[in-house]
Design a protein around this ligand. Structure first.
Ligand SMILES: [Zn+2]
Length: 291
């Protein structure tokens, strides 16, 4: 039997307020349904068919992620963005290495630990840029030029796609850049990439009676590491600096996601996979497709 909470009603066996937990569950379900609908609308509204929909994938690598005042602060070290469509593969890329500026007290240890353990980007690298206004400007210009989901809306807000497990870090990095430049955070709207893969696979696979991957399965397909250690995936910094793990490169991760997307969706559309378009140069794609 549920225990009675002192002030807020009955509690469940884990001590949570039953009514609150139920409200939260319903809220999550409504939000998830709205996200699926939003992505379905994007795919359905594209006039030349979902396979030619251009969209933007973004990922970041960060100097550190620190809890401060009840929220996470993430300082971006690298941003990697690709514009792609399933048929054309990667059509444009944007990449930036970002200087951390003045390091707040207590952050340096965290930064050095993350550098040594994860990305190994030298903190004194001359390619680190610190004109944050120019960086945000360039990034938004790049995204706005994507001939994609926002083309008909003329909105100031642009859709970008991220992996669910990377969403917090990417959004927090975007917030950090917005704080530094007094930019409206809402200029970007973040959607989950597996949702897009699932919806698109359903659309293009419909006539071929292909099985639609669930969002969870789509996430697994995108998370595979076929391209993580392949040459020509990570940015030059990760090649030039010994010890840099290419799977920690933001651009490398964005590119890998695009390649995984193509390798799954192209066969559904009977589009032949092309080297340097749908998968990296010097990569044996038959290892992935089984062809
Ligand atoms: Zn990189």
């Amino acid at each position: 039997m549920a225990k009675k909470g002192r002030r807020n009603g009955p509690l469940d066996c884990r001590g949570r307020n039953i009514e609150e937990a139920e409200k939260e569950r319903i809220r999550d379900e409504i939000e998830a349904a709205a996200r699926i609908q939003a992505v379905s609308d994007i795919v359905a509204s594209y006039p030349r068919g979902p396979g030619t929909l251009n969209f933007v994938i973004i990922d970041v690598q960060s100097w550190c992620r620190v809890a401060e005042g009840g929220r996470w602060v993430c300082m971006p070290a690298e941003v990697g963005v690709v514009e792609m469509s399933a048929t054309q593969g990667i059509v444009r890329e944007w990449h930036k290495l970002i200087h951390f500026g003045t390091v707040p007290l207590g952050y340096r240890h965290e930064m050095m630990t993350k550098r040594d353990r994860e990305h190994r980007i030298p903190m004194d690298l001359d390619k680190l840029e610190s004109d944050y206004v120019a960086i945000v400007d360039e990034l938004l210009t790049f995204i706005a030029a994507c001939v994609g989901p926002d083309f008909a809306t003329g909105l100031r807000q642009h859709s970008v796609f991220v992996m669910p497990n990377r969403k917090d870090e990417v959004q927090e990095s975007w917030r950090w850049l917005c704080n530094m430049t007094k930019t409206d955070e809402d200029r970007l709207e973040f959607f989950e990439l597996p949702l897009l893969l699932s919806v698109m696979a359903k659309e293009v696979g419909r006539s071929r009676a292909a099985v639609t991957p669930s969002v969870r399965v789509a996430e697994g397909l995108l998370e595979k590491e076929h391209f993580s250690y392949s040459r020509n995936v990570a940015c030059s910094v990760f090649h030039e600096n010994e010890g840099c793990a290419s799977s920690a490169c933001a651009l490398g991760r964005a590119r890998s996601l695009a390649y995984h997307f193509c390798v799954y969706v192209c066969p559904l559309m009977e589009v032949r996979l092309l080297e340097k378009v749908h998968y990296p140069a010097e990569f044996d794609v038959s290892n992935v497709t089984g062809a």
